[in-house]
Design a binder for this molecule. Structure first.
Ligand code: UD1
Ligand code: PEP
Length: 436
């Protein structure tokens, strides 16, 4: 699959009102694959990654690492071999960098290997301000110098361990700092760091390469840097955001689904959020079952008060599952406050759901009250970002009639062949243009 041209437009034509059934396996975690592909640049030895989601963001990052001299080839549909034998701090394509947030993840590994990198501003979902201050705060303390011209120019003669307190637990900020700290001389303590499953997966990958890291899964990691890093084979963990999306999809379409190998150890806050909406899943070994006969009655807070679902850094309810929870709540009986604490523009897509018949009051950029259930009508929509796009796809599948989702390439930034995989469960989604 080639990296898409920015002008490439994809639409999904979705026939609603169909129940799905069967088993689906989640893809590898997008937000783990991206930092791990970048971190493969830390070693001059070959790295083999399996369960890599073949999505647009990963393809874009693979193109970027090739442009600095790494060999990268797909040895199978979801297996990637990277060999960063020699790297050159070449100028990165500003257009590609602007399409993905993950281009910023090259900072730590490239500083470690080449002592310099010029990074055009990163992109990613336009869901609010995407700060990079935390990245630079940490990298500066580890010895980097940063200048801003048209691009960010980062240099470091030596990376040296430090005691770093992050100003917020930024996911990609923590990942950049972790990669730089692994290569730095001496010990680094990263305090107030992020601990999402993808941050943990990156840390396990680095340990498999030879790094020494303590405190994985907590908000304080200690890294004993400077170990030599060798060849490694690593399997990317399942995408807990995709699992959350499938739970919402099953509930809205009243479908019976089994999610095989769902990574159940990382689902507690997600399941708790959906339970508040009256949706209960069953864990069976490593699988998650979502029965079709859900109560879908919003559980009030003690004393009958309006409950809320709010996102926060891990281990709380994930920000990337918020849009899915909103569309799911429109089909549940009762009232709930959805509180998006992290991004200030992510909730604006609810006007599309309102146009379909959902009863939602957007109180301000961070809070929306949803009252359900409301019958959804088919509509023509435009996907503004990955998760809003997925929420629209769920709404379209739950609505009577045929909906059209434009700009579906946004959905494909994060979900692999989602049309094909849902069609295999009984959905009817036509992709335009068809796949090669
Ligand atoms: C490539 C990648 O991995 N992208 C993910 C990564 O983005 P990214 O690493 O860009 O997100 P950050 O964790 O830096 O921050 C996300 C937003 O939350 C705010 N914030 C963060 C921490 C906090 O305690 N309070 C707070 O308000 C930040 O200011 C920012 O607006 O993490 C986000 C938050 O899980 C996810 O939505 C993105 O999918
Ligand atoms: C916000 C997201 O991604 P990114 O940070 O890559 O834009 C997301 O995955 O929902």
């Amino acid at each position: 699959m080639a990296v898409s041209h920015p002008k490439e437009r994809i639409e999904y034509i979705v026939e609603g009102g169909r129940r799905l059934s069967g088993t689906i396996s989640p893809s590898g975690n997008k937000n783990a694959a991206l930092p791990i592909v970048a971190a493969a640049l830390l070693t001059e030895h070959p790295v083999i990654l399996t369960n890599v989601p073949r999505i647009r963001d990963v393809e874009a990052l693979v193109t970027l690492i090739r442009s600095v001299g790494a060999e990268a080839e797909w040895t199978d549909r979801n297996a990637l071999r990277i060999h960063a034998r020699e790297l050159r701090p070449a100028a990165l394509d500003p257009d590609l960098c602007s399409r993905i947030r993950a281009s910023i993840l090259l900072a730590g590994p490239m500083l470690a290997r080449c002592g310099q990198i010029t990074l055009p501003p990163p992109g990613g979902d336009v869901i609010g301000r995407r700060r990079i201050d935390t990245h630079f705060l940490a990298l500066r303390q580890l010895g980097a110098e940063i200048e801003l011209n048209d691009a960010y120019v980062l240099t470091a003669r030596n990376l040296v361990g430090a005691d770093v307190f992050l100003d917020e637990p930024s996911v990609t900020g923590t990942e950049n700092a972790l990669c730089a700290a692994v290569a730095a001389r001496g010990t680094t303590v990263l305090r107030n760091c992020a601990s999402e499953p993808h941050v943990q997966d990156l840390a396990h990958f680095l340990i498999a390469m030879g790094a020494e890291i303590e405190g994985i899964g907590t908000n304080c990691m200690t890294i004993h840097g400077g170990h030599s890093l060798g060849a490694v084979e690593h399997r990317i963990g399942p995408d807990h955001i995709e699992v959350g999306s499938l739970i919402g999809l099953a509930a809205v379409t009243r479908s019976d689904l089994r999610i095989a190998g769902a990574g159940v150890e990382h689902l507690r806050s997600t399941l708790m959020g959906f339970e508040r909406l009256g949706i209960r899943c069953i864990t069976e070994g490593g699988d998650l079952l979502i029965p079709a006969n859900q109560e879908m009655r919003i559980v009030p807070d003690f004393g009958g008060h309006v409950p809320k679902i709010e996102d926060q850094p891990w281990p709380a309810f994930p920000a990337d599952t918020m849009s899915i929870a909103i569309v799911t709540a429109t089909q549940c009986d009762g009232m709930v406050l959805m509180f998006e604490k992290m991004f200030e523009s992510r909730m604006f897509f609810v006007d599309k759901l309102i146009a379909m018949g959902a009863r939602i009051v957007l109180c301000d950029p961070h809070r929306a009250v949803v009252s359900g259930p409301a019958k959804l009508r088919a509509a023509r929509m435009e996907s503004p970002d990955i998760r809003a796009g997925m929420a629209m796809l769920i709404a379209a599948m739950g609505a009577e009639g045929t909906s059209i989702i434009n700009n579906a390439q946004q959905i494909e930034r994060g979900y692999e062949r989602i049309d094909e995989r849902l069609n295999a469960l009984g959905a009817r989604i036509t992709r335009n243009p068809p796949r090669d």
